[in-house]
Design a protein. Structure first.
Length: 295
């Protein structure tokens, strides 16, 4: 769909004054039925708008397990960097910008690419998260759409924050869903030798998501602005045996690192703060909505 057509569709949406509809429709006996019909009127106006194809979180994990491919995930931070903006823990670098574009648009058959499943409905998200994405996509949707392949099926970038940003993560239903989800996640490295490449920190979790791995070793990079040490980290990673599964927790730097290691025959997964999310959801009563990524 052209940007012109996309713009026309957005303009059409603005002609729907919902307050006007409500004030006038309420005069009628069958107000509920008339309100229900309104969504079909709107749907007819916007039916040509495209949304990227993104697997749900659980299906994304199953795809990672099934295909045994490497993973690189793109969220708002990566898109900000591609569009020329620095973010809190990663300064803008034109070389990183170019590498992120390269990985995002790569057709490497050994890579799964993730994007945020935030381009359509946001109803299942906590209010602050919804408002953030409405603002972000209001500014950058058209620029991001130029970078995406609408024939491609992406995995969900937010596999590493499953349940964290939902409206209510404390219900029994939510607890059961997260239990099922993380049982599936842990199959990715079950019984394998893994190396975690991550920022140096003193995080200690009561619940170890990697405790079903055969062995776990670590390579450390900076907690922030990790791309400054890309070459050193890459050289260390290249010393690992090819049969060792590599998990990367280095923000935007994880994307080119996973891509470059895959080119050398490794399987490298940009899994972000999966261990942190596991700890939060195991202690979910302590979660402050909207603060996961700031903590």
């Amino acid at each position: 769909m052209s940007l012109t057509l996309f713009g026309k569709n957005i303009i059409r949406l603005f002609k729907f004054d919902l307050k006007y509809f409500y004030k006038n429709i309420r005069k009628y006996e069958h107000m509920d039925l008339m309100l229900d019909n309104l969504k079909y009127e709107i749907a007819d106006e916007v039916k040509t708008i495209k949304l990227p194809k993104v697997l749900g979180p659980l299906d994304s994990i199953k795809e990672i397990i099934r295909t045994k491919k490497s993973v690189a995930r793109f969220g708002d931070g990566e898109f900000n960097l591609i569009l020329g903006n620095g973010i809190g823990f990663q300064e803008f670098d034109p070389k990183l910008q170019a590498r992120l574009k390269e990985v995002l648009t790569s057709q490497d058959e050994n890579m799964l690419i993730g994007i945020s499943d935030r381009f359509g409905s946001l109803d299942n998200l906590e209010l602050n998260v919804r408002n953030y994405w409405r603002d972000f996509l209001g500014k950058y949707r058209q620029d991001i759409y130029k970078l995406l392949d609408f024939e491609r099926t992406y995995i969900d970038t937010h596999i590493t924050a499953f349940g964290i940003e939902m409206v209510d993560h404390t219900t029994e239903e939510a607890r059961a869903a997260s239990e099922e989800y993380y049982n599936e996640v842990r199959k990715i490295w079950d019984g394998q030798d893994i190396t975690v490449i991550k920022g140096a920190d003193n995080e200690k979790f009561e619940n170890n998501i990697y405790d079903n791995a055969k062995s776990v070793s670590y390579i450390y990079g900076p907690k922030a602005h990790a791309f400054r040490e890309y070459d050193r980290i890459f050289e260390e990673a290249k010393k690992l045996p090819k049969d060792r599964l590599i998990l990367i927790v280095l923000g935007p730097t994880a994307k080119p690192l996973a891509y470059d290691l895959t080119k050398l025959g490794y399987r490298a997964l940009d899994l972000g703060h999966m261990a942190k999310a596991y700890e939060w959801l195991k202690t979910r009563d302590k979660i402050v909505a909207g603060q996961f990524f700031a903590a």
